[in-house]
Design a protein around this ligand. Structure first.
Ligand code: FDA
Length: 305
């Protein structure tokens, strides 16, 4: 019930408008968000790199409502890519299509993302297109396939698959057939039983099934989870099938299970941290609370310390 409540709250535009501007809101979000500016993101990335982990940077924002906003969001990503190259960060970028204007004009979003993928190619980098709610699944995968099919974008753009969706096995097979890199996650949105597993055990079983298909594909994929059972199943499978630690990476969110992130690096596995930044933190933050409502108490305790 609490999960559903936080997901509903994450979609409230009026609460979002007030929360994002408030000092207390910004302080609370700092548990999961690296800061408000590119400089904050660079500082956090440096610190994470020093721990032996790579980063993917997310300029927070979604559901952009006008063309200027979409272009402005892309401009921040271009600045970020320049910074990554200039100060030699071990980082790539993750973006959301609703932030790049897909609700305004699909061609606009495609052109904006293509511009970013071309920029990433010039600096030997990579763009991950995050997956949003199921209204966007088809359009997001179609756009990633189309961009990846352009010869100079090959291996420079990747997709995200959510193990809670029934359709995901087919989507994984199609992406692998085109050689596209996948980040596998469980899924962070509220989806109906007609299209998505509702029980954690089913989502988890599908996660393990998809992980095995992905690891056997020989493509460099990301296994994104904080769930030790999923991580252990991945390690067990990789060892049994002689899949080398350098041929895939684990991914976790900034501020979550830092102990586990370090442990994996110490054991010789690759670990990438998803580092979100920027003033539009509210929906992202609420989805993190939805995943673990106990975070509310944790954050409030720290606030009054
Ligand atoms: P699960 O929710 O079962 O949690 C397992 C354990 O992890 C918990 O018991 C707890 O210890 C810890 N944990 C999980 N979430 C926590 C939290 N918020 N705070 C504290 N502890 C927590 N989703 C999506 O729909 N589209 C996307 O593009 C992405 N992208 C993405 C990138 C990366 C790098 C990660 C790690 C995750 C995503 N997600 C995502 C989110 C994902 O779908 C999922 O909601 C969360 O990762 C939580 O699921 P877990 O796999 O961690 O397992």
């Amino acid at each position: 019930m609490l999960r559903a409540l936080f997901i509903t709250l994450s979609e409230s535009r009026s609460i979002r408008a007030v929360a994002e501007k408030s000092r207390i809101g910004q302080r609370m979000s700092s548990r999961f968000v690296a800061g408000m500016t590119v400089a904050d993101a660079v500082a956090t990335t440096r610190a994470v790199n020093e721990l032996g982990m790579t980063v993917t940077l997310d300029n927070l924002g979604e559901n952009t409502t006008n063309v200027e906003e979409a272009k402005q969001s892309a401009a921040v990503y271009h600045e970020m890519l320049d910074e990554i190259a200039r100060v030699d960060l071990k980082a790539n970028i993750s973006l959301k299509l609703t932030h790049m204007g897909i609700d305004i004009d699909e061609q606009l979003a495609c052109d904006i993302v293509n511009g970013l993928v071309e920029h990433a190619t010039r600096i030997d980098n990579f763009v991950r297109v995050d997956m949003e709610g199921s209204d966007y699944t088809d359009r997001t995968l179609a756009l990633v396939h189309a961009l990846h099919a352009r010869p100079k974008n090959k291996n420079r753009v990747g997709a995200v698959i959510q193990s809670y969706l029934y359709r995901s096995e087919k989507d994984v097979e199609k992406l692998c057939a085109d050689g596209i890199r996948i980040r596998l996650c469980k899924g962070a949105y509220k989806e109906p039983a007609s299209i998505a597993f509702q029980d954690k055990k089913d989502v988890d079983a599908n996660y393990v099934r998809l992980t095995k298909i992905m690891l056997e594909s020989g493509i460099y994929h990301g296994i994104a989870t904080h769930d030790e059972k999923m991580i252990n199943a991945t390690i067990e499978f990789a060892r049994a099938e002689n899949i080398s630690p350098g041929s895939f990476e684990f991914q976790m969110l900034h501020g979550i299970r830092r102990d586990l992130q370090k442990k994996l690096v110490d054991e010789g596995w690759r670990q990438r941290v998803y580092v979100p930044f920027g003033p539009e933190w509210y929906p992202y933050f609420m989805r993190r609370l939805a995943e673990r409502p106990a975070n509310v108490l944790f954050i409030l305790r720290n606030l009054f310390r």
